[in-house]
Structure formats: C-alpha cells, structure tokens
Design a protein around this ligand. Structure first.
Ligand code: ADP
Ligand code: ADP
Length: 225
C-alpha cells in the first residue's frame, strides 16, 4: 500500500525534514505515525499524497512511484486516498450533505448516486440524521466525523489522518479512533499521524516513530484496553 525506501527530503533552504526513511504499510493495515513536533510527520504524509517529492529515495503508494509520477497523474492518485485534517477543513456555509458530496461532484457523480453514497458515509460515522445541518450547529467531535465521512465517501483504499484528534477531548478522541478501527475492518488501510501517546497506548497497532527526520522504531506499543 505504502513503501518508503531510503527516503530523504531536503526543503528549499536546505532543511532536512526526512533522513533515509524506510517503512511499509501493508494493504488492510492500520498504523500510527508519531514523533514530536517538527519530527517530519507532515512531510511524510505530504510525500504520500505527492504534495512534496522525495529529494532522494523511492516512495511507492498504491502501486505508483510517487517521485516519478507525472503531474497530470497526481489527481488520480489523490482520488484513491482519503485525507483527514486536524481542523477538518469543512466549508462552514454549506450543509453536512453538501460538504460530504463535494468529492463525488468533483469526480463527476450525479444526483441519486451521490445521495446514496453520502447517506451511507454519514450513516457509518453516526450522523445519518444530520444531513441538513450546518457545521456550526454540530459539536467538535461531530464536525470531525463529517470530515471523516467526506474522506471516505469515494471509498478510498487508503486513509491518512494528520492529528485528527488534536482539537478533541480524550473521550471524543477515543471515539474517533474506534471509528478508524471500524473503517479499517472494512478493508481500508489507515495511517494516523498523532503525538497523542496516551491514545496510541490504548490501541493495539504498529507505531512508526520519527525523531528529527529519522525512523527510530516500528514497534507494537499498544496495550489492550
Ligand atoms: P511534524 O509534522 O512532525 O511537526 P513537519 O514535517 O511539519 O513535522 O516538519 C519537519 C521539519 O521540516 C520542520 O522543522 C519544519 O519547519 C520543516 N518544514 C516543513 N515544511 C517545510 C517547507 N515547506 N519548507 C521548509 N521547511 C519545512
Ligand atoms: P503541522 O505540523 O501542524 O501539520 P505544517 O506541516 O504546515 O503544520 O508545518 C509544520 C512546520 O513546517 C511549521 O513549523 C511550519 O512553520 C513549517 N513550514 C510549513 N510550510 C513551510 C514553508 N513553506 N516554509 C518554511 N516552513 C514551513
């Protein structure tokens, strides 16, 4: 699903954000990516989605060599990846239904198929009754779940989350993690970047740890909860 081979990233200006990183995420796997602020987590995610290219080394995602991918092919890659952000990036003047419909409209789906898929995605995240709501009338946890519904509505094979629980309290954070677990059980690969070690410890998944741009461990650190 994802394979990094000796991947280094040096930004313009000379800062080395990643240093010879090797790891892989298997199809159907769920894993955490952790490390202190500035360790390179966001950079690693940006390499997976071809927002950045590796300076050296090879990044393979869903069978594509991302570093060599033609610019015109990048949208095809991104459509197969669902991305979830800390601040969910919802359009605040659009309803839940409209927000979740957006990726499907971009892909050219129409009326009834959109309604069906949006309904199913919102059902899955437990918001089947909030279609007509504006995001501001939802709680923080519900807004994040709308962001997740939008990320999964086009049925991506891979889900990436960048600090998805950064703005949520521990109880809601755990709920969001359980939701990722549910999505993973349907066969979706999931990679979650977080520095919430408490949360990681409550789950039982492989944890990739970055320190100053180096991958320092690939351990199972979770304990049963
Ligand atoms: P994390 O997500 O773990 O906090 P990042 O990948 O965002 O880490 O950042 C790693 C390092 O790379 C940081 O020191 C950051 O300042 C630097 N960095 C990130 N993006 C850029 C960029 N576009 N240009 C220059 N330096 C960057
Ligand atoms: P986050 O880690 O919260 O996801 P970003 O990846 O956007 O945030 O940025 C992480 C760090 O990289 C920040 O310290 C930011 O200032 C720095 N950074 C991001 N983009 C650039 C850039 N174009 N030039 C220099 N530094 C950058």
């Amino acid at each position: 699903m994802i394979r990094f081979e000796q991947v280094s990233k040096v930004y313009a200006g000379g800062f080395q954000a990643l240093n010879k990183v090797d790891f892989a995420v298997a199809p159907g796997e769920m894993a955490f990516l952790t490390g202190h602020s500035g360790a390179g987590k966001s950079t690693l995610l940006k390499l997976i989605t071809a927002i950045e290219k590796p300076t050296t080394g090879r990044v393979q995602v869903l069978g594509h060599d991302v570093g060599r991918l033609a610019r015109s092919k990048v949208p095809f890659l991104r459509r197969q990846i669902g991305i979830i952000f800390q601040d969910h990036n919802l359009l605040m003047d659009r309803t839940v239904r409209e927000n979740v419909s957006l990726p499907l409209l971009i892909e050219g789906y129409r009326g009834r198929e959109i309604d069906k898929r949006v309904g199913a995605a919102l059902e899955l995240v437990g918001l089947g009754d909030k279609l007509g709501y504006l995001p501001e009338h939802l709680s923080g946890g519900e807004q994040q779940r709308v962001g997740i519904a939008r990320a999964i509505v086009s049925k991506p094979k891979l889900l990436l989350a960048d600090e998805p629980t950064g703005n949520l309290d521990p109880k809601l954070s755990l709920e969001i993690m359980r939701l990722f677990e549910t999505l993973n059980r349907t066969g979706t690969s999931v990679l979650i970047a977080t520095h919430d070690l408490g949360l990681i410890a409550r789950m039982r998944y492989r944890t990739l740890t970055l320190r100053d741009g180096r991958m320092i461990s690939e351990e199972f650190q979770g304990v049963a909860s």
